[in-house]
Write a new protein. Structure first.
Lengths: 515, 313
């Protein structure tokens, strides 16, 4: 008995020492990923990598922490900026006294020029396409950068926020570190890279010289915990303070049960859309596409996925994105109407459609629910489940009649419209991105909006494009899934969190623990 | 003896070559494009083609294959296509964690399984036998990820004796053991279940042998008969199973590694497969093959230690 007591005491002591590690100034974050990828902000595309880099880098401008919409753009590395009347020449005045992490010195105009040129180069960046319209990027003073555009872009400032290619890297660090840079990234943000342990964590430490002030949190452990169940358990046991959530109502309900937990539902939404391939019969018949749209009950789908984390989608551009309109032709849930449309199209006995689909559980349950709904209207959806990487390749080969795709994009209408509904992006073509439906009805409006300097007219063009796409039923939007995170209520980020472009809540110099 | 080892090494080289060839072609036949995985789903087809060229994936398969084989021979395994870190470095960083987990589970499994199996055989068709058989059947049929979650719920959440995240950074032996305990028990249970069943049936067979009856007839004490006459002969099939299973265990530890957040080869290979990281997959296959070949060789050599009649030619 005495032995058992001493074992318990020893265990309690060990536990106490491990918990002490987690309180005060150390933040432990649990992320749903097995390991880190390339930690170079101009290359990283995955949610876990972007979420981490978010805390280490700045852009010329930033979206106010806690928000995701470009409507909240404010100065970051640039103190102020001016644009020429035609919107083609932009001059940015940089903040003085910004230090690169480590021993890489002060940040000046040359660093910014180097960084933006790097982001615009296909050899060094995954986002070069976004910067196509930047014809020159020059340092016009020690702390002044001038950007010249070959044509107006929907939002130059949007491209320059600390996101993807807009993240500013330090030239000396990139040149000195070479290939090592993607393993030990150097920025100017509130937190600095300190250590990487394979499959375990990346450790960040506070940048005491941060230009907005030294962060109150001194260390961040970004822990890679791929198992949903163990991530939840680690949060429950107090080993992590902040947790990346499953996009699932049951997760919210379960995690809320843990005392002292704050759950946050954030923008931008990831929209689930059923793309209908308009070149493959019977989907080349608009009546059939309309029947599909009428057969899907959005409110049932929202209930199915959970009302706290999902909202119905009616437009090809997700709600909350700049340029979104809800004023589009909608297709009410109407099984009889769907059947009538099918009969009118000459398919009174129903139709059979095929979808190549990923085996990712979250997406698979959605398509199965859609399958059940379509069945009632006499539309037989055959699902061919394949592993996720295979799915991405097959749908890009134009091999699937119906493509269920779920994505969040930079929240400006142009991005969603261009990638999914412009004819340049049609799959299996040299300039392909993700236009699975072969939609091309709104090319004119999308292109015109892209270069329209007047934002009111631009919004009208985007709205017209959305109406045309829905009129043609290139795709059927179903719902938007919001980003889910939870953290201990003792952690105060310093602002209200409504969204985050990089999909992780902003952790800045303001974040602190209240005890 | 040395001739035997040489012959086995020769076989190992041939096996390695065959495995590498199969892996090289299979990962490339699989649909799924590493360039697409790396660039993400917003990349244009042009950017994807450009990256494929940079990764050398647009070259003829034969050229890529020869390049790969020569790389293996001179020890150049390349860098991971996805993370950009050297393959060999990635593997060597987590290999010790996997070996540690496997060896400790094996020791646990043997320490539990051999005595239980023998006890169950001696008490054949009595209550202890039934209980042991039922327990080992449960151990075998219980999915590793379920038992892992149960262990976490009881020992990490309720009792709070062990952490949910088993780091491998512990500085003292105590910390390391604390991190290792739950994963090792989880894998050890499965191992013990296997060993119990094999040890039991081997013991039953030995107990029916003439020399055992003779030993009894000579009036030797029961315990001495079991320990001196039966145990050694029981161990041969046990060692075979352990050897066979050890290779599988290293591969199968993946679920345990994932649930307990331990770094390891299993997690590495699942990630590499999902991301179509060809260079990483190839490097891992070399390591796996070497491990399996080495374990088999050690198993064969162990037979000689247990049973002096076995000669190596």
């Amino acid at each position: 008995m005495r032995n058992r007591i001493s074992v318990s005491v020893a265990c309690a002591a060990l536990l106490a020492s491990s918990l002490a590690h987690g309180a005060g100034t150390t933040l432990n974050v649990g992320m749903a990923s097995a390991d880190a990828g390339k930690l170079d902000p101009h290359v990283a595309t995955t949610t876990p990598d972007k979420g981490l880099l978010h805390w280490m880098f700045n852009g010329l401008v930033r979206i106010k922490p806690g928000q995701a919409s470009p409507a909240f753009i404010e100065p970051d590395l640039a103190e102020s900026w001016t644009a020429s009347a035609d919107g083609l020449v932009w001059t940015f005045k940089l903040r003085q006294g910004v230090e690169c992490h480590g021993e890489y010195g002060a940040l000046d105009a040359n660093d910014v020029v180097f960084s933006l040129r790097r982001a615009a180069n296909n050899e060094t960046s995954g986002f070069a396409n976004d910067f196509k319209a930047l014809s020159s990027i020059e340092a016009t003073g020690d702390h002044e950068v001038t950007i010249t555009l070959s044509e107006p872009v929907p939002s130059l400032l949007g491209l320059l926020v600390a996101y993807h290619g807009g993240n500013i890297v330090c030239q000396d660090a990139v040149e000195a570190l070479g290939d090592q840079f993607q393993r030990s990234p150097i920025g100017t943000g509130p937190f600095m890279f300190a250590e990487y342990q394979p499959q375990q964590y990346v450790k960040l430490v506070a940048n005491e010289d941060y230009f907005r002030g030294a962060p109150k949190i001194k260390e961040i452990y970004y822990r890679y915990i791929p198992s949903d169940a163990s991530r939840d358990l680690a949060f429950q046991s107090g080993e992590i303070d902040m947790i990346y959530g499953k996009q699932d109502q049951t997760w919210v309900e379960r995690i809320k049960e843990i005392p002292g937990t704050m759950v946050t539902v954030m923008e931008p939404g990831e929209m689930s859309v059923i793309h209908l391939n308009m070149t493959m019969p019977p989907l080349d018949n608009k009546l059939v596409r309309q029947a599909v749209a009428h057969a899907i009950d959005r409110s049932a789908m929202v209930q199915f996925k959970g009302e706290a984390v999902t909202r119905a989608a009616v437009s090809p551009v997700p709600e909350g994105y700049l340029g979104h309109t809800g004023d589009v032709p909608t297709y009410e849930y109407d099984v009889a109407g769907a059947k009538a449309l099918l009969a009118e199209a000459g398919f009174a006995d129903g139709v059979t459609l095929k979808a190549i689909h990923t085996t990712l559980p979250g997406m698979l349950t959605t398509i199965e629910a859609v399958q059940a709904l379509l069945k009632q209207a006499g539309i037989n959806l055959e699902i061919e489940p394949v592993e996720h990487a295979t799915f991405h390749q097959r749908i890009r080969e134009d091999a699937s009649q119906v493509v269920h795709y779920s994505a969040a994009r930079f929240p400006i209408a142009d991005v969603y419209l261009t990638q999914f509904y412009h004819s340049d992006s049609i799959v299996a073509t040299p300039s392909a991105i993700t236009n699975f439906s072969h939609c091309s009805v709104a090319d004119g409006e999308i292109e015109a909006a892209r270069v329209e300097p007047d934002s009111e007219k631009q919004n009208m063009l985007w709205a017209a494009a959305q109406r045309k796409i829905m009129e043609e039923v290139c795709a059927v939007p179903i719902y938007q899934n919001l980003q889910l995170w939870a953290w201990k209520d003792t952690l105060d980020l310093g602002f209200e969190v409504k969204g985050s472009l990089n999909l992780s809540p902003a952790i800045t110099e303001l974040a602190s623990f209240s005890n | 003896m040395s001739g035997f080892v040489l012959k086995r090494v020769g076989f190992a080289v041939i096996t390695l070559f065959a495995v590498l060839t199969i892996v090289f072609f299979i990962v490339r036949v699989l649909p799924g494009d590493p360039a697409l995985v790396i660039l993400g789903d917003q990349a244009s087809m042009e950017a994807i083609e450009a990256l494929r060229a940079r990764l050398g994936l647009d070259r003829p398969l034969a050229v890529q294959y020869l390049d790969f084989l020569s790389g293996v021979v001179i020890g150049e395994w390349g860098v991971s296509m996805v993370s950009g870190r050297p393959v060999i470095e990635e593997i060597l960083k987590v290999l010790p964690a996997t070996i540690e987990l496997t060896v400790v589970s094996l020791i646990l499994g043997a320490a539990l399984g051999i005595p239980l199996g023998i006890w169950s055989a001696i008490r054949r068709n009595s209550l202890p036998d039934y209980v042991t058989r039922l327990a080992s059947l449960l151990g075998l049929s219980f999915p590793a990820f379920v038992s892992a979650i149960l262990l976490l719920l009881v020992f990490a959440i309720q009792l709070r004796w062990f952490p949910v995240i088993s780091s491998i950074q512990g500085e003292s032996i105590g910390e390391r053991l604390r991190d290792l305990a739950l994963p090792a028990v989880n894998l050890g249970i499965i191992m013990a279940a296997y060993i119990t069943r094999v040890a039991r049936s081997a013991m039953l067979e030995v107990l029916n042998q003439d020399y055992v009856r003779t030993a009894y007839a000579k009036g030797i004490d029961f315990t001495a008969v079991i320990l001196r006459h039966c145990l050694r002969n029981t161990l041969i099939p046990v060692v075979t199973v352990v050897g066979l299973y050890l290779g599988i265990l290293i591969g199968n530890s993946v679920l345990t590694e994932i649930v307990f957040n331990r770094p390891g080869l299993g997690k590495l290979i699942v990630g590499a497969l999902n991301q179509r990281d060809y260079t990483m997959l190839q490097g891992m296959m070399v390591i796996y093959t070497l491990i399996v070949v080495a374990v088999n060789l050690i198993t064969d050599l162990t037979y000689g230690l247990i049973d002096p009649r076995i000669k190596y030619r």
